[in-house]
Design a protein around this ligand. Structure first.
Ligand SMILES: Cc1ncc(COP(=O)(O)O)c(C=O)c1O
Length: 345
């Protein structure tokens, strides 16, 4: 298969379509500046015990929880490109933001520190007496934290305004939207697409991953198109309303494909897991997370991993036979909160 897209569904010989690749395709992000932070490729392995516990399925786990950079998980990927872009364009400070429990803010602060660039973070809401681990990690990396008092929906505008103010003061500021959701950030998972192709993920696989800012799913789908892979991608939306999230992910995917100079792929499937709300956990989530811990020794966080895992369980219950790759995106700062002794597949 060529490096460039011309992505097609159907019309190809089945045996060829379902065969795992023998060689890694050319990585479409190879010519972009990149700061090495994580240990890539992250492992991928079959979950035989969880399959048994669920009573079926062909489950593979892509372990970005083992990306090996701080507790950044999947966010290591966009940050390798974002920090390299900032430093290679002469910037001296990155400005980002998020909610207090955002994994991305802790990851951004750590990446900026390692990349040798200052970091300013805007945190939604009022200052906290007892900051969560994510804020403590950000502070430990030397980031300057400012609480906005407002909600997180306005943070991207506030980040831009703060970057402009720093520029007026003679700095060269690099504004990073929430979650690293921009074309450069999405390069991280575009690179991840050629990584899993090189690890033998077959063309008939379905990939399931949690969606927050959209950076990961958009990049993965852009990368899938760029290397001509036929995987089905299911993004499990944990926050925004479904239609808004679909539009947002499509826009972000297009921005990334434009940067890569490849054609836009067909849209990823986005399913809704935003109810009952971010940070609110259902009994089904608690039980499947505990089952994954008991059967495989795996930890999943409540905001993202638990919701992706429930989607995998739903697919298995429908009798889904094709390989499912669950992309473990990390979230370890909050992963201990979910374990329960009640089980149920
Ligand atoms: C643990 C974890 N998983 C998944 C996501 C969602 O990734 P994205 O923001 O790229 O959609 C995030 C976002 O912060 C995260 O922290």
């Amino acid at each position: 298969m060529g490096q460039h897209p011309r992505h097609q569904h159907g019309g190809r010989d089945d045996r060829r379509r379902h065969r795992a690749r023998e060689h890694a395709p050319v990585n479409p992000t190879d010519h972009f500046p990149r700061l090495s932070l994580g240990h890539f490729p992250t492992p991928i392995r079959r979950l035989h015990h969880l399959e048994q516990a669920l009573g079926g399925g062909h489950l593979l786990l892509k372990r970005d929880d083992l990306a090996g950079f701080a507790l950044a998980g999947n966010k290591t990927r966009p940050l390798e490109f974002l920090i390299a872009d900032a430093t290679s364009t002469g910037c001296d400070v990155v400005v980002g933001g998020g909610a207090p429990k955002s994994n991305f803010i802790a990851a951004l602060a750590a990446a900026a520190s390692v990349g040798g660039i200052a970091c300013e973070l805007l945190i939604s809401g009022a200052a906290l007496v007892d900051p969560p681990p994510t804020l403590r990690l950000a502070e430990a990396s030397g980031a300057r934290l400012t609480f906005t008092g407002g909600d997180r929906e306005h943070l991207d505008e506030e980040i831009d305004a703060r970057a402009s103010a720093l520029n007026r003061d003679g700095h060269h500021a690099y504004a990073v939207p929430r979650g690293g959701a921009c074309a450069v950030g999405a390069l991280g998972f575009a690179s991840g697409a050629s990584e899993i192709a090189g690890q033998g993920v077959p063309d008939n696989a379905t990939i399931v991953l949690a969606v927050g800012s959209g950076s990961s799913v958009a990049g993965l789908n852009a990368g899938r198109g760029a290397i001509g892979a036929n995987w089905q991608i299911i993004g499990v939306s944990v926050s925004r309303p479904l239609e808004e999230m679909r539009r947002h992910v499509t826009t972000l995917t297009r921005a990334c494909t434009q940067l890569l100079e490849v054609a836009a792929p067909s849209d990823a499937v986005i399913v809704d897991a935003s109810v009952p709300g971010m940070g609110t956990t259902t009994d089904a989530e608690r039980m499947i997370v505990s089952l994954a811990y008991e059967s495989e020794g795996l930890l999943f966080d409540p905001s993202y991993g638990a919701k992706a895992l429930v989607e995998v369980q739903r697919l298995v219950r429908t009798g889904f036979e094709r390989p499912i790759v669950l992309w473990h995106t990390g979230g370890l700062p909050s992963a201990l909160s979910l374990l329960t002794t009640e089980k149920g597949a």
